[in-house]
Design a protein around this ligand. Structure first.
Ligand code: ACM
Ligand code: ZN
Length: 763
């Protein structure tokens, strides 16, 4: 727990005396390096960067020297020219004989006279300089001159090198596209934290995002997705843009690994070239998330020729060692029904579709090897056997990684439970919709990439770990930043720093300054939200007390006068009691003085809604209409079927969805509540009316899942009328029919949601 009182004093001091030296801000106190170095000794005194400071580096190190002098010049406003000097100098050196066990290692000596950074390679030097920048005030990452600063770095001796050679992040640009500028921005920031691999997920069922000269339809058709509601989602990278990104990454010592998905997750490609499927199509992009049954045909030689041509162009664009060929989530149903695939199994003596998949991947691997590259594949490629030269990306857990290391494969750990940073970082009620699961910063940090029980030889095959950023629910351009940061900083530390130096309390302290560095890059990182009340409309009958907390125990500030809370507002200390209608605004306050997203809660007095004498017959009334209804306005023109009495709501997922004519179902009836009081009510369906009131209206929202939209209502014990509208359409890749057709209530004084389907319903 932070000391709230002390924090309040500091936060107020910052604001009141805006004149104060920025370098004295609390987040600049102490040593805040992420990832924490292997060895660091602190000495008396400090080095101060001044207008007169010179940078000394051999011309062979221009790329690194220019990169950092430009960066420091921007924030300080000093020109920082090159020159040799005995003092007031930053010396950059490469010494290949340096005593560190990795070419990425470095030493750093900061004294009041000079800074000396020695890398075992240019990359080691680059990391030594990143560490030096993290000893300076966080404002050094500012894109423009920051006045009133004293640019001091404490005197230290550092000897540092990575625990793992592979420290990565994957970005999916197929579910939602983000452009070159976005990617460059991330590369800038990832490099600050010594991440050295960028895995670029370029192709999938929902988009093909890379130009292939030999097959122009891949981008003309494959890179344009027509959503059910008529909107278009499109984007791809030209080969020139790819080269630009690869070069940009290279200057930051990040290797870019392209992923071309096969044999599954291929529907965007097949929309353009259906002849390489088993059935011949035609296909359109998959408009919902999940796993697609139509995949590349393993029987036709032309499919392999097509994929090999693509991989040949890809290999020429990416100078790194690896090409990722996918291999995950590949249903084999089409292969079983395909004469070509069956003939292939026969001619190759393959006993099962799993062996056919293995044949597919091996054949592709041979081609990739012939291009001078090695493959990486998701852990499914282990099934049916694969050459040991293939590197395995263990995502379904750590078991695939263990098995692979035992059989001599290199392994990268990316188990979903810890490293899929598309999951929730806080309570779903206050966070943007995500794929689900709960993965706060601390849990990412708790992961150890090295599994237990391996021999030293097997351990040597665990080359590192990466976080995966799947973008299904990241609808807006730039949205991935909210999911990436600060969690990727935990990934940086668990892959670089020795396990013996792991310390979450200290890490979370260091995060405070790191967030200010991210501010310098305009990163829209996650700030923990005030949690507690489940709804943003809290009803009461007599009075109500609301308690708040957040996932990193930051202070929170609030107002009740309609103004936006800031560092001057009241600090939340204990639960707030209300006896009148109030508009509460509450936000988390960071040590920088910046507030997170404001949570607005309407606190409303309501009389109990009276129970009804009607609704004595069992069953509910159901009516349906065919058609696609984008919103309630469109529904006004619906032609409804005759009402039917049904004994419950429609059941289960409707997998095969008619995109053009999905239909809508309305259920009307009565549900019964046990006691007088305020109920929390929610549904993932489209609309819910209770006692004639529109309680849940999910019109115009992006995908609704996980009971995000909860409301409260005061109900008298007894029967109440409801109308539930199940609009069978896709919103943001999620069909409403994949959520249960029902609604839930949480009774007063309890916390367990009651599924209305498990209660007596009537009409
Ligand atoms: C994956 O998450 N399907 C690799
Ligand atoms: Zn086939």
């Amino acid at each position: 727990m932070r000391n709230l009182a002390l924090f309040a004093v500091l936060a107020t001091a910052i604001l009141v005396c805006g004149c104060g030296r920025q370098s004295q801000k609390p987040y600049n106190e102490g040593i805040n390096i992420i990832p924490t170095p292997v060895e660091l000794t602190r000495h008396a005194g400090a080095f101060t960067l001044k207008r007169s400071t010179r940078i000394s580096a051999d011309s062979s190190l221009d790329i690194v020297a220019d990169y950092f002098s430009a960066k420091m010049s921007r924030a300080t406003g000093y020109a920082l020219g090159r020159g040799v000097a005995a003092s007031d100098v930053i010396r950059m050196v490469v010494d290949t004989t340096l005593d560190v066990p990795s070419p990425e290692g470095y030493t750093l000596e900061v004294s009041p006279e000079a800074v000396t950074v020695t890398g075992k390679s240019a990359q080691g030097l680059f990391y030594g300089m990143q560490t030096f920048l993290q000893l300076l005030p966080a404002e050094i990452e500012s894109p423009a001159r920051v006045g009133g600063m004293e640019w001091t770095a404490p005197s230290v001796t550092v000897r540092d090198y990575p625990r793992f050679a592979y420290r990565g992040m994957m970005l999916d640009v197929t579910r939602h596209y983000n452009d070159v500028d976005f990617i460059k921005k991330q590369l800038d920031v990832l490099a600050m934290f010594k991440i050295n691999r960028f895995h670029w997920h370029l192709t999938d069922d929902q988009l093909w995002a890379v130009e292939i000269k030999k097959y122009p339809e891949l981008t003309r058709i494959g890179s344009v997705r027509h959503e059910q509601d008529g909107t278009v989602h499109e984007g791809y990278f030209t080969q020139e843009q790819i080269k630009e990104v690869v070069a940009y990454a290279g200057e930051r010592f990040i290797e870019v690994i392209p992923e071309i998905e096969l044999p599954g997750h291929a529907l965007a490609a097949l929309s353009a070239y259906p002849q390489y499927s088993c059935t011949g199509g035609p296909f359109t992009h998959r408009l919902v998330w999940g796993v697609e049954p139509d995949i590349f045909c393993a029987g036709k030689d032309e499919t392999f020729a097509f994929l090999e041509d693509i991989l040949t162009e890809i290999a020429a664009l990416f100078p790194g060692r690896y090409i990722h060929i996918g291999g995950d989530e590949c249903p084999r149903d089409r292969w079983m029904e395909c004469p070509d695939c069956r003939a292939r199994m026969k001619s190759e003596g393959l006993g099962s579709p799993a062996e056919l998949q293995s044949y597919f991947v091996r054949r592709i691997e041979k081609h990739v090897n012939s291009l001078g590259k090695q493959i990486i594949g998701w852990d499914e490629i282990l099934e049916g056997g694969i050459d040991p030269s293939a590197t395995i990306l263990s995502w379904r857990g750590t078991e695939g990684g263990v098995e692979a290391a035992r059989s001599g494969h290199d392994v990268i750990m990316a188990p979903g439970e810890w490293l899929y940073i598309d999951k929730y970082q806080g309570a779903p009620e206050v966070e943007p919709v995500s794929i689900g699961g709960y993965l706060p910063l601390e849990k990412v940090y708790s992961f150890d990439p090295m599994p237990e029980g391996l021999t030293p030889e097997e351990e040597s095959h665990v080359i590192g770990a990466q976080a995966n950023v799947w973008t299904e629910y990241m609808y807006e351009p730039g949205a991935p930043e909210y999911f990436i940061y600060p969690r990727i900083l935990a990934v940086a530390e668990i892959t670089w720093s020795p396990a013996s130096r792991k310390d979450y309390a200290d890490f979370s302290r260091r995060i405070d300054g790191a967030l200010v560095r991210l501010d310098g890059h305009g990163i829209g990182y996650h700030v923990p939200m005030p949690e507690g009340p489940l709804s943003d409309r809290m009803v009461f009958v007599d009075s109500i007390a609301l308690g708040f907390g957040n996932t990193r125990d930051y202070p929170m500030v609030y107002t009740v006068d309609g103004t936006v809370p800031d560092v001057n507002s009241d600090i939340y200390t204990d639960s707030l009691r209300f006896t009148d209608n109030t508009s509460l605004k509450i936000a988390t306050l960071l040590p920088s003085g910046k507030t997170g997203r404001v949570r607005e809660i309407d606190i409303v007095r309501e009389a109990l809604s009276p129970a009804s004498d009607a609704g004595t017959e069992p069953g509910v009334v159901s009516r349906t209409a065919r058609g696609l209804f984008i919103d309630t306005v469109a529904m006004k023109d619906a032609e409804w079927s005759e009402p039917q009495i049904v004994d419950g709501f429609m059941k289960g997922r409707v997998e095969s969805l008619d995109y053009k004519n999905p239909g809508v179902t309305v259920y009307e009836g009565f549900f019964e509540v046990p006691v007088d009081g305020v109920y929390t009510v929610f549904t993932d369906q489209y609309l819910l009316y209770v006692d004639g009131k529109p309680l849940i209206v999910n019109d115009g929202v992006t995908a609704i899942r996980h009971g995000l939209n909860k409301k409260t209502m005061a109900l008298e014990a007894g029967r109440h009328k409801f109308v539930l509208v199940v609009n069978n359409r896709i919103v943001g890749g999620w069909p409403y029919t994949w959520s249960h057709a029902t609604f839930y209530y949480i009774a007063p004084g309890t916390d367990k949601p009651i599924d209305i389907r498990r209660t007596e319903l009537s009409h």
